[in-house]
Design a protein around this ligand. Structure first.
Ligand SMILES: [Zn+2]
Length: 260
């Protein structure tokens, strides 16, 4: 073990045992690798970086949805608390834990790769929690485009955008880099070439074409470039304010999971 063991947690999940060991140690603040990058989060592509790198969507839940539904139906047909019911229940739990594992693995790999190669990462300050609130609205104020929104909400929750941001934040801090959240204003409608702002610049979800200068590019990449610029602008304006450079010699708290 590296460092002083602070806590050991033994847990059982989906028929497997897990041991998680938390340690604490003093680390030298490392110097970040690489430059600045902007990230556009999307449903079609999970993430698009301003350097052109794209990460495919996860959608792990949807991929397993059919299997899960079948297992749940089979379970509902069994006599409650019978041996066959218990077997069916274990199957449902196994599928649930497989979905969780696939998601965690994807999010950790992606956030690790991005944080190891960049000193500054800019991301849209999407209120994921608000967006994924029920799209239905209330009796007095019924929601608009309920179906479309609930589909998007499902994708957002499914792809773990919030968890991804949390991981990027602490992994960047480990490497001496930092995360900058920028307000999502006009990031998808501004031309990175001439600065023209118009909703018409984005006629379809995938394609960006400037009505003023004719610049054409993938819409997600345009978003990522604009997010990076907004991040640079924020950093320049708020050096004395909200954006605090990381302090030297910070504590690092690790958690290592062991599959027993
Ligand atoms: Zn333009």
């Amino acid at each position: 073990m590296l460092g002083e063991v602070k806590q050991v947690t033994v847990s059982a999940c989906g028929g497997k045992w897990f041991v998680s060991i938390q340690t604490e140690r003093e680390v030298k603040q490392s110097l970040p690798n690489g430059g600045a990058v902007g990230i556009d989060m999307g449903v079609v592509r999970f993430a698009t970086l301003s350097d052109g790198t794209a990460y495919a969507p996860l959608n792990s839940f949807r991929r397993h949805e059919a299997a899960l539904r079948r297992a749940q139906q089979a379970m509902s047909r069994k006599v409650k608390f019978s041996n066959n019911w218990k077997k069916a229940k274990a199957r449902v739990q196994r599928i649930h834990s497989r979905i969780g594992n696939a998601r965690r693995d994807f999010l950790h790999k992606t956030s690790a790769a991005i944080s190891q190669n960049h000193a500054m990462v800019c991301i849209e300050d999407l209120q994921v929690r608000n967006m994924s609130k029920s799209a239905k609205g209330s009796a007095e104020q019924p929601g608009k485009r309920v179906r479309a929104k609930s589909g998007l909400n499902k994708s957002i929750l499914d792809q773990g955008w919030f968890e991804f941001r949390r991981q990027l934040d602490y992994k960047l801090a480990w490497n001496g880099g930092y995360l900058i959240a920028v307000p999502p204003r006009n990031t998808s409608r501004t031309c990175p070439c001439c600065g023209h702002v118009s909703a018409d610049n984005r006629q379809t979800q995938a394609e960006f074409r400037c009505m003023e200068c004719g610049f054409e590019e993938n819409a997600d990449l345009v978003g990522a470039i604009n997010i990076l610029r907004a991040g640079h602008a924020r950093l320049a304006c708020e050096v004395s304010g909200a954006v605090v450079p990381p302090a030297a010699g910070t504590h690092r708290s690790d958690s290592i999971g062991l599959d027993a």
